[in-house]
Design a protein around this ligand. Structure first.
Ligand code: PGH
Length: 252
């Protein structure tokens, strides 16, 4: 099991209605959540204030994206400053759905990450490989390539990495029900931590939480959580269901 504070994020993606999200909030407000777990939920942008204003303070709220410019003439974008102004303390960045569907490059993701951190937000920074890349034994090369682009922007100062949480999300496991095996996940998490130790610093490697994401549910989370380098989860579909509480409490 991880020596770092466990972290469970719920990525609602583009799902929900006022009614369904209020029901999720009610369920979370009534739940007894493991106090040793840092919990962050990421509703669609339209519902950020609804969730922040009604969800108990124990649970932090994240955006699913942010722009890397100050407030201004950027129609449709989400402002880091306005998120902070609304007590939204985290953002997800680099999710594979934005990298693949919206063409966000490593450079764009890195720039957004630095901008979000510089503006006081915590960042859940996502990485992961496609099935073809895994089958071609390129997983570690792909993931460390994404990390290298981030390091190019953040540098090696521990303070720059203090509010970065890494989420390894194999694209072939996202939304498919095909969760990575504990061995597959631990292998990549260990490779990420080793890369951080070599290329950033041993201190950053030791401190940085590395989440697993990709078809996590209340049935498979316990075995995954037992792995030394799995420090939590970034949960998609299952975060919309009551079982999300069991994932948060998987170490109890
Ligand atoms: O994309 C994911 C994982 O989604 P699922 O849990 O639905 O596979 N998290 O950000």
């Amino acid at each position: 099991m991880s020596p770092r504070k466990f972290f469970v994020g719920g990525n609602f993606k583009m799902n929900g209605t006022i009614k369904s999200i209020k029901a999720i909030v009610d369920n979370l407000n009534q739940a007894n959540l493991d106090s040793n777990v840092e919990v962050v939920v990421a509703p669609p942008a339209l519902y950020l204030l609804l969730v922040r204003d009604s969800l108990k303070a124990q649970i932090e709220v994240a955006a699913q994206n942010v722009y890397d410019q100050p407030d201004g003439a950027f129609t449709g974008e989400i402002s880091a400053h306005q998120l902070g102004d609304s007590n939204i303390t985290w953002t997800i960045l680099g999710h594979s759905e934005r990298r693949t569907l919206l063409g966000e490059s490593d450079a764009v993701v890195s720039s957004k990450t630095k901008y979000a951190l510089d503006n006081g937000l915590g960042v859940i920074w996502c990485c992961g490989e496609t099935l073809e890349q895994r089958e071609a034994s390129q997983t570690v090369a792909i993931v460390t390539g994404q990390l290298a682009a981030l390091k190019e922007t953040l540098g090696t100062d521990a303070a720059a990495w203090a509010k970065v949480v890494i989420a390894y999300e194999p694209i072939w496991a996202i939304g498919t029900g095909k969760v990575a095996t504990t061995e597959q996940a631990q292998e990549v998490h260990a490779a990420i931590r080793s890369w951080l130790s070599d290329k950033v610093s041993p201190a950053v490697a030791e401190a940085t939480r590395i989440l697993y994401g990709g078809s996590v549910n209340e049935k498979n989370c316990k075995d995954l959580a037992k792995q030394a380098d799995i420090d939590g989860f970034l949960v998609g579909g299952a975060s919309l269901k009551p079982g999300f509480v069991d994932i948060v409490n998987c170490n109890l």
